[in-house]
Each structure stands twice: as structure tokens, then as C-alpha cells.
Design a protein around this ligand. Structure first.
Ligand SMILES: [Zn+2]
Length: 318
């Protein structure tokens, strides 16, 4: 059986790269297909759903060049990056043409705007020819985070179990079960019965080679676990610790943000996590922890925007 997406085709034992046109738009996304020499499962690796999350994108670009059919059983589809128009216009993670966040609109709409059409195109790839999904993210351009991994939680029990097993192969300190079923790419995949994870590593629109090396190893280890990439699964020193009761705190005012803590810090209920001030130094909001726990990510830009993200933390479950 041949692997085919748009006009890009890879027969058994072949690797093929190129641009795929999103129907009804002028958008072409770079993809690479690796059809392994032997049969197996098909894994979709997506990057750049958020186009300023560069560690995920660079990881996908490098993996697309490195993977060879001789080392693969089954198929690997790599998208590098998905939101290409956002990337080329350097938006802060929205589609340039319509301002939409792709991770809020899955499964999209073939008759909608550009973002809807991109989402719908990937939804058809998911439904038609994907067994597992690995979605590569980072903190956004204005966010810093501690590395962690999400796995789908709003899905059939066996899908949740397989997603969790994938997450445990990622070499990060924390993992979060997501109970969201709509909007996000990996959440939507979960509802389609596809075990899925979303990795968060890096942020602030930066990337470094050491981070990319770690990120590539994360992906490879999950692929080895799925028997799609040859080699033994590496047992990480620490299995990711489950973080629960995750609190996604949004800002109540637009202004300047002064965080008091670092990502990965342990926090105690009632502690001040950060303050929003106006341009005259007057306090607009004091953010206090609603529970004990750990900080997963927070805004790192001076600018903070009302109703936009501010800080996210959760409880550690041992
Ligand atoms: Zn993201």
C-alpha cells in the first residue's frame, strides 16, 4: 500500500517530501512521508500548529531529514510546519489570513476560512490514515514553560491508556491528562480513537541545538515504543509525574506583568505568583495560588492581555 497525501506519494521503502496544497486556498504546507521497508502502524507528527513554537518546528524539520525507510516499520508522516502562513508572517500563533488559532477549531470546515480549511485537511489525514499522533509544541513567543507532555483523557479507555503509555516515554518531569475533547488537534484525534500526545518543550520564540536534541530523542523514544522506529525504548530516569487539577489562570487586566516565580517552582496555596500593574506602577491584579502545586507555564513578556493566559499550575500527584 502506498502512502499518499495530496500530490506527495511514498511507496514501501521510499521517502518523499514536498508541498501539499490545502484545497480551496493558496496555502501549501511542507510535509515528508517515510514509508518504512516493512509494514506497521502510521504515526502523524505535527509541528507548528502554533507557528512561533520553534523548538517543535525545528525538531520536525530535522527528523524529516534524518528518518530513513530502512529504520522504519510502518509509516511516518511529518508536517513541518502546519501553520506555514503564520510562520512566514511571524504572527503569534494564528493563521495569517484569518487570525484563527488552529488548536481551537478542529475538525475545521472545508467551506470555512483558511484556518478552517487547514484544520479540516489534517482532520481527513487523521481519520483516513493515522494510528497515532505526536503533536510538537512549546511555550508561545511570550511564554516560558517547564517541559511536560499532555495525553488525551476524553476518549475511549483503551485510547487513554495507550496515550498515557506514549506520554510516559517522553523524557520530561511532568505529564497532564487533558479532559478537553473539542477544538485541539490532539484532543480531536483522541475522540477519533487515535492515541495522541502533545509535547511542550522550549518557548519564548527561541530554540537551541541541545533542546532540539532532547526533543528529537523524545519523539524517537515514542516511535520505538510504537515499534515504528527500530531500536530499544530508553527507560528514562524519572517517569513523568502526573499533574492534576490544572488551573489555567487568565489575566483580568491588560498591562505590565511581574511574575514572582519561575516555571517548575513548587508553590503554596495563597502565595503571590505575580502582579499586573498599569504604566504608573499601580497594581491592577495580584495573582495568588489557589492550590499547592507546580508552575507549568507563565507569560514571560512584560505585556499581558486581559482574558489572555497569565499562569498555569497544577497539583503534583505521586
Ligand atoms: Zn502550542
Amino acid at each position: 500500500m502506498q502512502l499518499k497525501i495530496g500530490s506527495i506519494v511514498a511507496k514501501r521503502g521510499e521517502k518523499s517530501s514536498g508541498y501539499v496544497s490545502i484545497p480551496g486556498t493558496n496555502i501549501e504546507i511542507p510535509i515528508t512521508l517515510i514509508a518504512g521497508e516493512s509494514a506497521g502502524k502510521t504515526v502523524l507528527i505535527t509541528s507548528g500548529v502554533h507557528n512561533s513554537e520553534y523548538t517543535g518546528i525545528e525538531t520536525a524539520i530535522q527528523l524529516a531529514q534524518e528518518f530513513l525507510p530502512v529504520h522504519v516499520a510502518g509509516n511516518i508522516i511529518i508536517i513541518h510546519p502546519l501553520n506555514i502562513s503564520g510562520f512566514e508572517n511571524r504572527t503569534m500563533s494564528v493563521v495569517a489570513e484569518d487570525g484563527k488559532n488552529l488548536n481551537r477549531i478542529f475538525p475545521g470546515d472545508p467551506n470555512g476560512t483558511e484556518g478552517d480549511k487547514i484544520s479540516n485537511f489534517i482532520a481527513t489525514v487523521l481519520e483516513g490514515q493515522t494510528d497515532f499522533l505526536i503533536d510538537l509544541h512549546a511555550g508561545d513567543g511570550y511564554e516560558t514553560l517547564t517541559p511536560y507532555v499532555y495525553y488525551v483523557g476524553a476518549a475511549e479507555m483503551n485510547v487513554v491508556k495507550e496515550s498515557k503509555a506514549m506520554a510516559e516515554k517522553v523524557n520530561v518531569p511532568f505529564m497532564v491528562q487533558s479532559f478537553i475533547s473539542t477544538g485541539g488537534l490532539y484532543n480531536y484525534a483522541g475522540t477519533c480513537g487515535i492515541p495522541s500526545i502533545l509535547i511542550e518543550r522550549g518557548g519564548e520564540a527561541r530554540w537551541t541545538e541541545p533542546e532540539i536534541e532532547l526533543y528529537k530523542e523524545d519523539v524517537k523514544n515514542v516511535l520505538r515504543h510504537l515499534s515504528v522506529l527500530e531500536g530499544k525504548v530508553k527507560i528514562n530516569n524519572h517517569r513523568p509525574v502526573e499533574v492534576t487539577n490544572v488551573c489555567y489562570e487568565n489575566a483580568s487586566a491588560t498591562g505590565c506583568w511581574y511574575p514572582c516565580k519561575q516555571v517548575g517552582d513548587r508553590i503554596k496555596i495563597g502565595e503571590v505568583l505575580g502582579v499586573i500593574k498599569d504604566y504608573f506602577g499601580n497594581t491592577l491584579q495580584t495573582c495568588r495560588a489557589k492550590s499547592n502545586g507546580i508552575i507549568l507555564y507563565q507569560v514571560s513578556s512584560l505585556c499581558i492581555i486581559r482574558n489572555g493566559s497569565m499562569i498555569t499550575y497544577g497539583k503534583i500527584n505521586r
